[in-house]
Design a protein around this ligand. Structure first.
Ligand code: SF4
Length: 213
């Protein structure tokens, strides 16, 4: 089984409730969306071919319990469910970051899905697969990356309508360089919204367009 891989590296987790933990990232190449503010354009098309065993060996050599499969969009590659299952079997805690436009139920039990719901300013909000909300499991997380007040109000509406009684962790973050974090924090507090604010901390630690971090 072959994969198109953009990069594999060890860093710290910059987003989600796992923020700050050492993590090995497997960034698969290719994506079915073209978000306006995409911060991994280099992964949209280019990539090099690696076999399943080569990826597993590389992950093993980086020696991190936490592994995130990201992209691009990992679910466009047929072998992603098998890759995640094998990583689980080897004892890793496995996160998959997905853009929400493809069926997340393809991923095996025990794999944690960090699912984006793309906001209007991304230009891709209509691509979201709404059935995925019913496919969420305990431990999965949902992420909104917010550019402006309109995105915020849109996201707030979804949280209130669709996640009112849900135990799913909801993450709100800003598009780096577009919305001051303080504005988003103030809106969340004003509205008593039960979401977790987060900064994409890797963009504050390293240059915001750095690769492999
Ligand atoms: S889904 Fe992610 S990788 Fe794909 S275009 Fe959007 S931001 Fe970039």
């Amino acid at each position: 089984m072959q994969f198109m891989v953009s990069e594999i590296f060890r860093s710290i987790q910059g987003e989600s409730s796992y923020t700050g933990l050492p993590c090995t990232f497997v960034r698969l190449a290719g994506c079915n969306l073209r978000c306006r503010q995409c911060d991994t354009r280099y992964a949209l098309e280019a990539g090099h071919e690696m076999s399943l065993d080569e990826i597993l060996d590389r992950v093993s050599s980086l020696d991190s319990n936490l592994v995130e499969i990201t992209g691009g969009e990992p679910l466009i590659q047929e072998g992603t469910p098998e890759l995640t299952a094998l990583l689980k079997q080897r004892g890793h805690r496995v996160l998959v970051e997905t853009n929400g436009s493809l069926d997340i139920s393809l991923l095996p039990e025990g794999v944690i899905r960090i699912m984006d719901i793309k906001c209007p300013a991304s230009g891709e909000s209509k691509q979201f697969m709404w059935e995925n909300i019913w496919r969420l499991r305990d431990g999965d997380e949902v992420k909104f990356v917010i550019s402006d007040r309109h995105d915020y109000e849109w996201a707030r509406g979804i949280v209130r309508e669709r996640f009112g009684r849900s135990r799913t962790e909801i993450l709100f973050s800003t598009v780096f360089g577009e919305l001051p974090p303080r504005n988003l924090v103030e809106w969340i507090l004003e509205d008593r919204l039960s979401v977790r604010f987060q900064l994409q901390i890797h963009k504050y630690i390293w240059p915001h367009d750095a690769r492999g971090v």
